[in-house]
Design a binder for this molecule. Structure first.
Ligand code: GAR
Length: 207
């Protein structure tokens, strides 16, 4: 069984999707063993506690810079013996220390079709605001490995979601979550735990 550690910063609906999938037996070969939050008092922590999952809070505000914060998170992940680290609405940037410690062992869910609407500043509702501003008719979600490049690691799974007339960022966010994120993230996690993802020439392939 692989130890899955989930990093969160907010409401935790993607964490909930993982918990529900695990309960249904859909995470084959893995178990969520710890949830780490960059903020205290977020609802994601409540979701973990209700489901008997151990939690840790490593507040970003208590660290002077990215390097010292990354070290604290990396140390915690090593202590937790993480086999897979999942960024599920984790809104804090970590530097290359954690990538070196967990190469191709960290994945992130991003609420758009990478390489569009991604990178620095594109997180949460801002992504959907930018999508609506641009006028594109299709958006979606991407699950990818985390590397040093923000939102630039090998793509594991993607799903497309239509943009509709009259969408607000909130309405679009909900559709992207329901139709893409909450399905793709548990699927990608299970594929990883079943050793079905390989990296060739810097790209991820599901075998
Ligand atoms: C999700 O839409 C996730 O894809 C996004 O934040 C939301 C968190 O919701 N993540 C990013 O934008 C990261 N770049 P949740 O806390 O309910 O899972």
């Amino acid at each position: 069984m692989k130890n899955i550690v989930v990093l969160v910063s907010g409401g935790g609906t993607n964490l909930q999707a993982l918990i529900d999938a695990e309960k249904r037996g859909e995470i084959k070969g893995g178990k969520i063993t710890c949830v780490i939050s960059s903020k205290p008092d977020v609802y994601a922590l409540e979701r973990a506690k209700r489901n008997g999952i151990s939690t840790r809070v490593i507040p970003r505000k208590e660290y002077a810079d990215v390097a010292s914060y990354t070290k604290a998170v990396t140390d915690a992940l090593v202590e937790e013996k993480a086999d897979l680290v999942v960024y599920a609405g984790f809104m804090t940037i970590l530097d290359e220390q954690v990538v070196k410690a967990f190469p191709y062992k960290m994945m992130n869910v991003h609420p758009a079709l990478i390489p569009s609407f991604c990178g620095k500043g594109f997180y949460g509702l801002h992504v959907h605001e930018a999508v609506l501003e641009s006028g594109v008719k299709l958006t979606g979600a991407t699950v990818h490995f985390v590397t040093e490049v923000c939102d630039g690691g090998p793509i594991i799974l993607q799903g497309a979601v239509p943009v509709m007339n009259g969408d607000t960022p909130e309405i679009l966010q909900k559709r992207v979550m329901e139709q893409a994120e909450w399905k793709l993230l548990p699927k990608a996690v299970s594929l990883f735990c079943e050793d079905r993802i390989t990296i060739r020439d810097g790209k991820a392939f599901v075998d």
